[in-house]
Design a protein around this ligand. Structure first.
Ligand code: NAP
Length: 283
């Protein structure tokens, strides 16, 4: 069986073209949409991600500032900054980077981001809106999985989707989005007994565990669709997914590549959220 590559490049380009036009209109009518990245770590991977978000924003006509609170910032200091940015009318979107300082929990501090500016949908309030089917911003990565499937015309309604991973940033919100698309969802995690048996029963497998090569051909039934959210550092420093692509190739009907699958769509959706937040704030 030929395995189709579910690339995200065209979808990201389409989304970005729309975002660029809308950002330009906002700029013409007053000020560019503004995203603020809040950093409280000295993690190299986070630093790399911040730079890539700044470049993406710049290309689309979105102003992007970074506030660095330092790797030892207290929960109170982080909350105070998020609260200040939430109240600043010149700021449209706020994104708190991880990892956070030791002992500081994301749920504990992200409640200080007002939902209207929580463009990556991380706060318990945003997650509650999502679970309740109310308007808000879903986490961009989980939204990217659904949008990539739709772009490649992969039906979700009535299909059995196995999501491997149950984090608050990917697995759980993705389960909510898939339910909203009328999929039947099984959420797997590190304590799932016989993972290959569970994932092999699914029409679509989403790998979001952060374990390089976890999902192999033995986890996937013939003709299933596999979406790889994982971004792990490979032995040579390159980025690799959670799927062992060679063993899935020829068995799955379709597989999203890493890099070039979910990643570019995630960034494009995040930037679109910033523009949407700005449009709503200025309406
Ligand atoms: P996380 O917080 O570490 O959560 C990982 C989840 O996977 C947990 O629920 C864990 O189960 C489960 N898991 C770990 N090992 C497993 C195993 N052997 N079998 C089954 N389940 C297992 O990670 P995350 O933040 O959700 O991120 C997941 C992956 O997505 C990472 O590779 C991350 O880099 C990537 N990511 C990509 C993007 C993008 O834009 N492409 C954005 C965000 C994240 P327990 O709950 O039982 O521990």
């Amino acid at each position: 069986m030929d395995t189709t590559s579910l690339t995200g490049k065209q979808l990201a380009a389409d989304l970005n073209a729309d975002t660029r036009t809308r950002a330009a209109a906002l700029t013409e009518n007053g000020a560019a949409p503004r995203l603020v990245l809040v950093v409280a770590n000295d993690d190299p991977a986070s630093g790399w991600y911040v730079k890539s978000l700044q470049r993406a924003a710049e290309r689309l006509g979105i102003a992007c500032d970074t506030v660095d609170l330092g790797a030892t910032a207290s929960a109170d200091a982080i909350r105070a900054e998020l609260d200040r940015l939430s109240k600043d009318p010149a700021v449209d979107g706020v994104m708190l980077q991880t990892p956070l300082p030791k002992g500081v929990g994301l749920a504990e501090v992200s409640t200080a981001i007002v939902a209207a500016k929580d463009v990556d949908g991380v706060s318990p309030h945003s997650l509650g809106l999502l679970a309740s089917g109310l308007p808000g911003f879903p986490p961009a990565t989980s939204e990217a999985v659904v949008e990539l499937a739709k772009f490649h015309e992969i039906p979700l309604a009535g299909r059995h989707v196995a999501v491997v991973g149950r984090s608050n940033v990917v697995g759980k919100p993705l389960a909510q989005l898939l339910l909203a698309e009328n999929a039947t969802v099984t959420v797997c995690h590190s304590r799932t007994a016989d993972l290959p048996a569970v994932t092999s029963a699914a029409d679509i497998v989403v790998a979001a565990a952060g374990r390089a090569g976890l999902i192999t051909g033995a986890h996937v039934r013939e003709g299933a669709v596999v979406l790889d959210v994982g971004t792990n550092e490979g032995p040579d420093g390159s980025i690799v997914g959670d799927v062992d692509a060679p063993s899935v190739q020829g068995r799955a009907a379709a597989l999203s590549p890493v890099p070039g699958g979910i990643g570019p769509v995630t960034t494009a959706l995040l930037m679109r959220h910033v523009v949407r937040a700005a449009e709503a704030a200025r309406a």
